[in-house]
Ligand binder design. Structure first.
Ligand SMILES: [Zn+2]
Length: 476
């Protein structure tokens, strides 16, 4: 559901057909959900009543994995969750969940519809998001906001293929900032920009690195006045300053933090690398800043996949990613992989910065902060698989798997103001569900093996989706 005035809750492309509900167990007699032309080639489960039987469950709340659970879905909603022995399965299409794990659909929170060199990536992104288990995205900045809005609306209303999208306005930046971004020069102009894009239907505004403090304040204030939210990839504004302004979310954690940069004057964007390298995690100034963020309900957007990709010593790719990349992007990724095979001592030393970025996210969560996550597609980071990589990296960082899944799902949903209907496996929630092969609580790599991805109760085949997106990342 993307925001618009007077919005009502509808099932994206999954309204019930006029067939009467049926109570027998025979699959052929179970009513089916509506499947659009565009969804059809990828949908393997379209019954209105489905039972996933005997799976392990990590429900998004942060509580421990439970074995032998059954989940019933009806007409795109979760209607029953509990012990298999007690499950009222009759009348549902049965899907064997033994040896598999159920998690909520992933809520990707830094999931652009663009990447460097490709201003609009809808074709590959929608397919790879669903293939990777992502059923909701917040794009965190739009390069082509009109097209992004159009896609969000088409998915919501017309059965277009893809996850639910919370679209963003064009980026906001300031003097010296790059590209076709909004560069309002007065508060009045900034407020008019917010009203214009709010009326068009965006739900988020993203401040970019060179935004002037007075403009940022005006954007945040005007967005909040309209019930909309703001995030930032900051540089000219420190996290302390942004918290004071009331920003809702900051992207990239320590990697974009300007707070401890030596000699920075107000509104100036300087490199923060030396400051990060000098910073200790037990520095009292850092602890105080983290507590300020937590007290002001500032969410931190973790983007470990793209950050990891900047460190050759941590080069990570797999066959699925290579397959998704266009020939040109693939050649670039293979060259980067080669370069990653001979790491200098200096490069190894530089990689300590990555370790610190990860430690900051642990610290922030330990002190009560809300982390959300997205891959930030670019380099060899692709939609869907990049979200899965984020889960592996958070797990590597020391979060338990139930904590990781909470960050990936319920935290994102709550940050979007949608925590009452998505991000959890619980009665009354939308049937956005990923069935993973393997026991995720015991094997983190299971996050890479979705078997069926349910979005509003329609079950998609990850293999067919991946095949359709083969070679398309970097093209469309
Ligand atoms: Zn980004």
């Amino acid at each position: 559901m993307f925001f618009r005035p007077g919005a009502y809750l509808a099932l994206a492309g999954a309204s019930v057909t006029s067939l009467p509900a049926c109570t027998t167990a025979a699959d052929a007699q179970i009513a089916r959900l509506t499947v659009s032309e565009e969804q059809r080639p990828f949908v393997t489960v379209d019954e209105a009543k489905i039972a996933i039987v005997g799976a392990s469950l990590i429900d998004g709340s942060g509580s421990a994995s439970r074995d032998d659970q059954t989940i019933l879905m009806e007409n795109g909603k979760i209607v029953w969750v509990g012990e298999t022995a007690d499950a009222p399965i009759d009348g549902h299409r049965r899907i064997d969940g033994r040896g598999a794990t159920v998690i909520p659909g992933i809520v990707g929170m830094h999931d652009h519809l663009h990447r460097p060199g490709t201003p609009f990536t809808a074709f590959s992104s929608t397919r790879l998001w669903l293939a990777g288990g992502v059923t909701t995205v917040q794009t965190a900045g739009a390069a082509q906001a009109e097209r992004e809005l159009g896609l969000a609306r088409a998915i919501d209303e017309d059965g277009a293929l893809g996850p639910e999208i919370f679209p963003s306005a064009p980026y906001v930046t300031g003097p010296g900032g790059n590209g076709p971004m909004n560069k309002s020069t007065s508060e009045k102009e900034a407020r008019a920009f917010v009203r214009e894009w709010a009326a068009k239907g965006v739900s988020w505004f993203k401040l970019y690195r060179h935004t002037e403090p007075s403009i940022a304040s005006a954007i945040i204030d005007e967005a909040h006045r309209l019930g909309l939210r703001t995030t930032g990839h900051l540089c000219s504004i420190s996290y302390g300053e942004a918290a004071e302004m009331g920003i809702d979310r900051v992207e990239h954690g320590l990697n974009a933090m300007a707070d401890f940069v030596q000699g920075r004057s107000e509104g100036e964007c300087l490199s923060n690398r030396a400051a990060i390298d000098a910073l200790e995690m037990d520095d009292r100034r850092l602890i105080a800043l983290v507590d300020t963020l937590v007290r002001n309900d500032v969410v931190v957007g973790s983007t470990l996949p793209i950050i990891e990709s900047g460190y050759p010593a941590r080069f990570h790719i797999d066959a699925r990613i290579l397959d998704a990349l266009s020939p040109e992007q693939r050649a670039r990724a293979e060259a980067a992989r080669e370069a990653g095979r001979s790491i200098t001592d200096e490069e190894r030393k530089r990689t300590e910065r990555y370790t610190k970025i990860v430690a900051f996210e642990r610290l922030f969560a330990q002190r009560g902060g809300t982390l959300v996550t997205g891959p930030d597609p670019g380099r060899h980071i692709v939609p869907g698989y990049g979200n899965q990589r984020a889960a592996e990296l958070l797990y590597e960082a020391g979060f338990t798997m139930p904590e990781v899944i909470r960050i990936m799902t319920a935290n994102g949903a709550e940050t979007l103001g949608a925590g009452h209907r998505i991000g959890r496996i619980a009665v009354g929630y939308e049937a956005d569900i990923v069935l993973l092969e393997g026991n995720l609580a015991k094997d983190a790599s299971a996050i890479n093996r979705p078997h069926i991805v349910f979005s509003n109760g329609l079950g998609y085949d990850p293999t067919a989706l991946a095949r359709a997106a083969s070679g398309q990342v970097g093209i469309r």
